[in-house]
Ligand binder design. Structure first.
Ligand code: C5P
Ligand code: MG
Length: 212
């Protein structure tokens, strides 16, 4: 017979909070590429806010499809209620307990919505920030577009808007987390394998109980 006290304790253990790492950086900084490598090596589940929005947009019965498409083409950030609920339901559906959340939070509205609805239910480990000069990022996105990414925003016109949004809206979020000593910055202006060597150091150091 398990005592009430013990049962409560076991309940708490079962309810260990999911772990979250936010992945931020300019468009084309290599967030998606590196997340895939992290998944393969460290077993996290990758959730890209942009991918989830594109998936939602593609559903014929979505009430948000048109709104999402217009925001994406304009390089604007979709209202957090939509993005956060896509993230939450993907987290729940996965049954996993450690997540890379890529491309979120991208602005103050994202941050506030997350802090209000989700932050207290997860354990934010750190924020991985891929730092890369604009010219290299633009070149990568245009290359990706030319190679058939099929993305309606991998063109010069959308890219300019996406960069403006990144500078005016996302950089302050990175600063917010920097002030909380949560940002781990990676030089992303090298080859994917070289970047991953740096990423690995951050994860190995974290797992070893290093700088936290
Ligand atoms: O991260 P990714 O480059 O795939 O994002 C593509 C677009 O998706 C962004 O430019 C933006 O319009 C939208 N997005 C958003 N909110 C997020 C992430 C992406 O509105 N948190
Ligand atoms: Mg991406």
């Amino acid at each position: 017979m398990v005592s009430g006290f013990l049962r409560a304790g076991l309940g708490l253990l079962n309810m260990a909070k999911p772990k979250v790492i936010f992945v931020l950086g300019a468009p084309g900084a290599g967030k998606g590429t590196q997340c895939q490598k992290i998944v393969d090596r460290f077993g996290y589940m990758h959730l890209s806010a942009g991918d989830l929005l594109r998936e939602e947009r593609a559903k014929p019965d979505s009430q948000y499809g048109e709104l999402i498409e217009s925001y994406i083409q304009e390089g604007k950030i979709v209202p957090v209620e939509i993005t956060c609920s896509l993230l939450e339901s993907a987290m729940k559906k996965s049954g996993k307990d450690k997540f890379l959340i890529d491309g979120f939070p991208r602005n103050q509205n994202n941050l506030e919505g997350w802090n209000k609805a989700v932050a207290q239910n997860v354990n934010l480990l750190f924020v991985l920030f891929f730092e890369c000069p604009r010219e290299a990022c633009v070149e990568r996105c245009l290359g990706r577009g030319a190679a058939g990414s099929g993305r309606s925003d991998d063109n010069m016109q959308s890219l300019q808007k996406r960069f403006n949004t990144y500078i005016t809206e996302t950089q302050p979020i990175i600063k917010y987390y920097e002030e909380r000593n949560l940002v781990r910055t990676i030089d992303a202006n090298t080859s994917p394998d070289e970047v991953f060597e740096e990423v690995k150091k951050v994860f190995e150091n974290f797992e070893a109980g290093g700088d936290f």
